[in-house]
Structure formats: C-alpha cells, structure tokens
Design a protein around this ligand. Structure first.
Ligand code: C2E
Ligand code: CA
Ligand code: CA
Length: 692
C-alpha cells in the first residue's frame, strides 16, 4: 500500500477524475470536510481551506444541524448508513442556502471511517416548486372565496376536480364529490339538457357551452346554477382530463324570474292562470286537439251582479267568495281542463277532449251544478248565479283569440237571456244543443211510451244467398219528430244511463219477433242485437237474456250479441270471461265494425268469437281501392283462422257482392240486399224472397 497523506482510496485516480470533472457536489468528510471537489468549492463560494476548517454540520441549514451531526458520529463509529436523495440545504459563503439532492454513505478510509456525499443542486427546481405551490395556494384561496364552483369533468363524466367553493354553495365537501358521476348531482328533469347527453364538448374544444340546471345540495335540496363549460384546445397537453365547468348560483335570480312570471301570468287572488296564460294554454289545447280531431269547448263564465255582492257583504267577502268559486269549479273539472280568471268576476274554462255536443252539455251541467248550492263564507250563505258563453273548436273558429272573443260574445247573448242561462256562439251549435236538450227530455218517456221500435235488416249467406239472420236496429218513432236515428239517440240514452233498460226492451222485442218468425216456418233464422259497453258490462246481462230466451222458448244459438272492438277492449279480461260464459250457454257473439277500433291480436285469439263483422267503410272502398280489398281479404282470413265466420256490412251494389263471394266471405248485409225494415215489412220481404 502506497503511503500518501493525500490519498484516500485505492482507486484514487479514478475517484479524482470523476470528482474533479462532474457537475455535482462531492464531499468526503469526517467531522470536518476532508475533500471537496472544485464544483462544490465553486458553488458554495468558500475557499478550499475555509471549507476544510468547517464542521460539516455548520454549513447545513440549522434545521438539519443535529441530524447531520448525529449521522456523522454514527458514520465515524463505522455504522453503515445510506441516505439516498435526501434534500439538504447547504449554506454558502454568502449565507444563502443551496438545496442539494444528496446521496450519502459511510466509507472506510485509511484511518477509520468517514462519509461520502454526492449532491445535485436542485435549488432552482425547489424554488419553482415553491412558487408553483404558492400559486396553487393563491388559486385555491381565490377559488374558495369566489362565489362560483369550478370543476373538471372527464370523459366518463366523473368529477376530477371541484373547487372548495362547492362547500359554501352546495354544502358538499370536495372529497365527497371527487370521482363521482357529475350527472348524479343534477336534477332528473334537467338531465335532458343538451351538453350532458351529447359529449359534444369533446369534439368541439375551445367552444363555450352555457346552460342552466339544478344541482343537488348536501341537504337534499336543489339550487339553480348557470354553467359555462369549455374544453381548452390544448387540454391533452395541459394534462386536464376534460372540460372545465364553472357554475354560478342563480337560484335567487330564478326565483325572481318565477315571481315575475307569476305576476305576469297568474291571478294573485285565486292563483289561477290569467287571460294571457289562458290564451297560451288554449293555443296548446287547440294544437293537441286538431291532431286527435277532438272538440274543444271554450266557456266564459260571469257571475251575475257580483258588484251587488261586493257592496252588500264587503270586498273581503267578495274576494273569499271568488276563491271559493274557483275551488269548487276546479273540483268539478277534469285534470286536463283549464280554469282561468280574467277580471273581477269573469272566469274562463277550456274543455278539451270533448266528444261531441252531448259531452259538452254534460260538463256544462256539472259546472252549473256548482251554483245550485249557496256558498258559505264565514257565517254568510251567498247564492250565486252565473251566465255562460261558449264557443267550440273547430266549428266556430280555429284561432285561440277569436274563439275566446266568440265565447265572450256568446256570454253577452246569455246575459240577455237572463241569470242562469248559457249560450253558444254559433247558431248551428245552438240548434244541435237545443236538439239534444229536447231529445233528452223526450227520451225519458220514449221507452215507457213504447216509442222505441226495432227494425230488422236481413243477413244473407253468400254461398247460397239464403237469409240466415237479422240484425236488430233500434228506431225511435216520435209522434211529432218522426223517425229518429239510433246514431242520434243511442249516445244520449247511454249518457243518461237509460241505455240498459232500453236495451233489454229491444232484445226482448227482437226475441219475441224472432219466435213469431220461427213459428211461421223461418226456423233457422237468428237475430243479432247491438250492445253498447254499458249494456255489455252490466252484471245481470247473461241472466236476463237467458231468461228472455226461455220465456219465448228460443234456443240460445238463435241469439247473437254484437259488440264493437272498443267495447270488447274496455275490460278485456271481463270480456273474455263473459264470452266464455256465453259460449257455455250457447249464445253467440260478434265483433261489430271490425277494423275501426283498436283490438289486440292476442285478445282476438283468446276471446271466443263466433262472427266478425267487417266495417262498412272497408266494404265501400273495396271496388276502387285494392288496398281495401286486401284488408277485407285479410280480415276474412283472420276470421277463419280463429274459427269464426265473416260478415260484410254495407253492401251497396252487385259488384261488391260478387267480389265478397269471390273472397270467400261467409255472410253479408246492406242496402243492396235489403234495408232495415219494420217487422211487418220484414215478414212480407221474407215471404217474397222465399217464394223466389
Ligand atoms: P251498426 O251496428 O254498424 O249498424 C249498421 C248500420 O248500418 C245501421 O245503421 C244500418 O241501417 C246501416 N246500414 C245497413 N246497410 C247499409 C248500407 O248498405 N250502407 C250504409 N251506408 N249503411 C247501411 P243504423 O240503423 O242507423 O244504426 C246506427 C248504429 O246505431 C248501429 O251501427 C249501432 O251501432 C247503433 N245501434 C242501432 N241499434 C242499436 C241498439 O239496439 N242498441 C245499441 N246499443 N246500438 C244500436
Ligand atoms: Ca251492428
Ligand atoms: Ca256495424
């Protein structure tokens, strides 16, 4: 071993070579520094001599003095201590600190142990880091204190960042939100808003999206926010996961808007829509109804001598009365009807989805019935009388404002007629309504007076043109009004609730007439009777028919119950049960006007149907429209598939008849073959026909 005071290692040359050249700090030390490389001397600013005279722990930051001292003492005792990448501030001659990332280890020196430290100057990096940290702190402080939530949402919709302000605004802690789906915090009704569904922002970086929606608070309420959403163009380079969303609480503004909205569109006393909103709602109703070809009734209602009530009882009572009237009116109207208040004592009502004038009258009577009883305000009983003016869409007009004005014109007409009256705008409506009103009053006695007659239309078997049966069709024979069509009075009877009794009277007559025909030799004829839904679903139906048949000693097979598809589908399960029961007894069933209503194929299979009557609208078109012919063909096919027979209604000429024969239809009826006729004419017809 070479004896040399200045040599520390065996491979001293290599060590020196590296240490002298490398841009890193190299120290070899015991308590004091034994060797410092030129880089270290240069960067720290001490002379070599100065440096060698210092205890190592004296040139480190005071926070580390103790640690360094202890470590060195351990090294000197030969303890192997490795420190990798500790960050150590070292004092320069100027008294500043340079931070080194150090690698230090215990080394064996010629005369005992010491330490070797190699360090990279990271002062600049550290400063940058510190500056960044300070910037971040500043930003966080700003983000905490501005009244806006900043968030970053990634492609999966997860919240990657949310600013601390969220706690103040929504109550959530940042940690409770990070990593959660953003849309989970949005009001369900607002989810359809465009920028959430479409991931548009990702394809349109740099573009600003703005929207308003409600977000959930920690307490379970919602607050309105206005959100601006933007994906920075260079988002990927910036390491941002997705768009930056900034949300501003606009709840107060929204509430204010709402109250403005209320002030503009609602009557403050009753809370009902005012005339402006009423008109808007009317426009909506007209749009919807024109699609469905429904009626809309517009009624304007005025309280008779409301001023007197005010003068007599005081304005406060007057107000309470108006509120009470509004409430009572609402209670008789259906969900979709709209009630509004225009001026002091004028109310407006939109009645949509009304089926014809009969339906309209019914609602009007319900409305009028509100005023049958006195209103009780405090200890006062106040009788109120009203006049009502009505216009009807689409008959009177198709424009909302015109319709309302026409209803108001009708109101002045009603006022002329006197307290408690109503008037329609058009004279045609007036006529129809009057007619219905007259028919209603007369129909009450029609059954008792024996004015309901039964006509019969023969039904022919196409195979051999034999008459197989008769359809019973009701007629009302009034001494002054003449013969009234069932299309007119059946709906009224139905609505008045007298259809059931009337129906039994008709089927009773039909069975009696049929028994007469049977006894005269027309043994194989059946009679087919129409039943409306109220009749069909009536609980005693089967018992009473069965009873009737027994009285006249008729076999059940000679009776057919005809119902339409819509009657059958009103309560499909019940229909299925009834059909099964009828089948058990032997009474036959037919589906009337097939193809015009809605019926489900699956029920068609489940119901036990004997006959399908193809609606006359298809039969009429069979000649000119090949599509109609195909439909008829298909229905005939369906009928045979479910083992029922097919019957064509409304045969009006020979061509149609031949076509139906061709298509394999089983039976037919129609003006061309024979019109509906009274019993005497029928008997004559049968005699003549059988004679041929
Ligand atoms: P519906 O059951 O479809 O009756 C067939 C209607 O077609 C009858 O009208 C009949 O006179 C008519 N008709 C017959 N042949 C032809 C033809 O070749 N061409 C045309 N265009 N029509 C023809 P009606 O007697 O006026 O009866 C109308 C509707 O009133 C019936 O339609 C039925 O739904 C109902 N109705 C009739 N009588 C009763 C009844 O006793 N009870 C119930 N609930 N409804 C009845
Ligand atoms: Ca029928
Ligand atoms: Ca029919």
């Amino acid at each position: 071993m070479k004896k040399n005071n200045r040599s520390y290692f065996k491979d001293e040359d290599i060590f020196k070579l590296i240490a002298e050249k490398a841009p890193v700090l190299v120290f070899l030390y015991r308590s004091k520094i034994l060797y410092a490389n030129p880089y270290a001397i240069n960067i720290l600013g001490y002379s070599e001599k100065e440096l060698k005279n210092k205890f190592v722990w004296d040139i480190v930051h005071p926070d580390f003095t103790l640690l360094v001292k202890e470590t060195i003492e351990k090294r000197l005792r030969g303890e192997q201590i490795h420190r990798e990448y500790t960050e150590l501030p070292v004092k320069t001659k100027k008294g500043e600190f340079k931070i080194f990332r150090l690698y230090a280890t215990t080394v064996r020196l010629k005369n005992g142990y010491g330490g070797l430290a190699v360090g990279v100057d990271i002062t600049k990096e550290k400063e940058l880091e510190k500056r960044l940290y300070e910037e971040k702190e500043k930003l966080e402080t700003v983000l905490t204190h501005i009244h806006e939530i900043i968030s970053v949402i990634d492609k999966k919709g997860l919240i990657k960042y949310i600013s601390p302000a969220v706690e103040k605004i929504l109550g959530w802690k940042v940690d409770e939100l990070i990593g959660k789906l953003f849309i989970k915090f949005i009001h369900p009704e607002d989810l359809r808003r465009p920028f959430f569904v479409k991931r548009e922002v990702f394809s349109r970086a740099g573009e600003l999206f703005t929207d308003e929606f409600r977000v959930l608070t920690r307490e379970g309420h919602y607050r309105w926010v206005e959100a601006n959403m933007l994906l920075p163009v260079n988002w990927k380079n910036l390491g941002i996961e997705g768009p930056i969303v900034s949300m501003r609480d606009i709840t107060e503004k929204k509430l204010a808007q709402e109250s403005v909205f209320k002030a503009i569109y609602y009557d403050p006393l009753t809370g009902l829509p005012n005339r402006i909103l009423f008109l808007e709602k009317l426009k909506d109703a007209l749009r919807n109804s024109s699609l469905k070809e429904d009626f809309v009734g517009i009624a304007v209602l005025d309280i008779v001598r409301f001023k007197d009530i005010n003068t007599l009882h005081g304005i406060r009572v007057g107000d309470l009365l108006l509120k009470e009237i509004a409430e009572k009116l609402s209670s008789v109207l259906r969900e979709r009807d709209v009630l509004g208040r225009f001026f002091a004592d004028e109310f407006g009502i939109i009645l949509s989805g009304v089926k014809g004038y009969t339906g309209l009258i019914r609602v009007l009577e319900k409305i009028k019935s509100v005023f049958d009883q006195p209103f009780i305000i405090g200890d006062k009983y106040i009788y109120v009388n009203v006049c009502i003016g009505i216009s009807v869409f689409p008959k009177d007009d198709s424009d909302a404002e015109h319709l309302l004005r026409k209803a108001e014109l009708a109101l002045s007409k009603a006022k002329e007629l006197g307290a408690g009256s109503y008037a329609f705008f058009s004279s045609e409506a007036e006529r129809e309504i009057t007619e219905i009103a007259i028919l209603r009053s007369l129909l009450k006695d029609a059954v008792r007076n024996g004015e309901i007659r039964v006509y019969y239309q023969p039904i022919f078997r196409l195979r051999d043109m034999k008459i197989t049966g008769l359809e019973a069709l009701a007629r009302w024979e009034h001494s002054e009004l003449g013969l009234i069509s069932p299309a007119k009075f059946i709906p009224i009877a139905e609505e008045m609730g007298i259809i059931v009794e009337m129906g039994y009277c008709i089927s009773d007559t039909a069975i009696r007439d049929l028994s007469l025909l049977h006894s005269e030799g027309y043994k194989n004829l059946y009679v087919s009777v129409n039943f409306s839904s109220k009749q069909f679903l009536e609980k005693d139906l089967i018992k009473r028919i069965e009873n009737n048949l027994q009285v006249y000693e008729m076999i059940p097979e000679s009776f057919i119950i005809e119902i339409t598809e819509s009657t059958a589908m009103k309560d499909p399960e019940k229909t299925k049960e009834l059909f099964k029961e009828l089948k058990r007894i032997g009474i036959r069933t037919a589906i009337d006007d097939f193809g015009t209503g809605y019926s489900s194929m699956s029920y068609l299979v489940e119901f036990d149907i004997d006959k399908i009557k193809i609606d006359k609208s298809f039969i009429k078109k069979i000649e000119e429209n090949p599509k109609a012919e195909n439909v008829v063909k298909a229905v005939i096919h369906i009928a045979s598939s479910i083992k029922s027979s097919s019957l064509a209604e409304g045969v009006e000429n020979n061509t149609t008849l031949l076509k139906l024969k061709d298509l394999g239809c089983d039976e037919a009826q129609g003006f061309f073959l024979a019109p509906p006729m009274d019993f005497d004419s029928l008997k004559k017809f049968l005699e003549r026909y059988e004679g041929h």
